[in-house]
Design a protein around this ligand. Structure first.
Ligand code: SAH
Ligand code: DHB
Ligand code: MG
Length: 225
């Protein structure tokens, strides 16, 4: 009942505010055909990511967790013509599908996809001297604390760090006796909050969301120094 209502409201919003989009729909269709899990952001969430890139005037974006490139394409849409995006994906099969989707959407020159575990690629980016204006963390949840630490190293004052899936059906507030409290994904998200809470270099919030992908949320952290 509740999920049906959330689906209907997402449908209402998307019908009114989002244009039909061939490249994005093709990316989802190819991801489904390739057997990828249906865990991409929703269209209205993707549009929000695009708008955040534009509001922030970001020119260099980093994404952790490409999947089929759906959120990648939304983020790339927000960039100016000279903008660039690096996206990290551990699964080579997903990466192959993402690469084709990104090319079909016209972003093969804008987007650089690096295949491998993000915790192995992030130090390479740091060695290269890369820094980013906006970072979208959306890979495996147990590693969110490490992703936040590397994101800070790849930031400058003013960088916006966005974390996806930081509510997980409310599991973040599950009691100690609840088996979800032992789930490494949930533990990772909780540690991510603890790190944000202790980190003096960021101003942060999180917003819970409901919609076609259930009850979840986004964290926003602005790097201040
Ligand atoms: N951002 C995508 C969804 C990402 S799903 C979208 O909204 O369209 C999470 C992705 O992280 C999956 O593709 C998974 O393969 C990838 N992933 C999991 N562990 C990873 C790791 N250690 N390093 C990089 N990517 C990882
Ligand atoms: C999962 C991962 C995601 O990035 C997401 O948006 C939803 C679910 C998952 O691993 O279950
Ligand atoms: Mg996600």
């Amino acid at each position: 009942m509740t999920q049906e209502l959330w689906n209907a409201v997402d449908g209402y919003i998307c019908e009114r505010l989002l244009d039909e989009d061939q490249a994005l729909e093709a990316a989802l269709a190819a991801s489904d055909a390739g057997g990828l899990p249906q865990i991409a952001v929703t269209a209205n969430q993707g549009r929000m990511l695009e708008l955040l890139v534009r509001i922030h005037g970001a020119q260099r974006v980093l994404e952790l967790g490409t999947l089929g490139g759906y959120s990648t394409i939304w983020l790339a849409r927000g960039l100016p013509p000279e903008g660039s995006l690096v996206t990290l994906e551990a699964n080579p099969d997903y990466a192959a599908i993402a690469r084709a989707n990104i090319a079909a959407a016209g972003y093969s020159k804008t987007v650089e996809l690096r295949v491998g575990p993000a915790l192995a690629t992030l130090p390479v980016l740091a060695d290269e001297g890369a820094d980013f204006d906006l970072i979208f963390i959306d890979a495996d949840k147990q590693n969110y604390p490490g992703y936040l630490e590397w994101s800070l190293r790849l930031s400058r004052p003013g960088t916006l760090i966005i974390g996806d899936n930081v509510v997980r059906d409310g599991a973040i507030v599950a009691g100690a006796e609840d088996p979800r409290s032992a789930d490494p994904h949930i533990r990772g998200i909780r540690s991510f909050y603890e790190l944000l809470a202790a980190e003096r270099r960021v101003d942060a919030t999180a917003i819970q969301t409901v919609g076609a992908k259930g009850h979840d949320g986004f964290a926003l952290a602005l790097v201040t120094s």
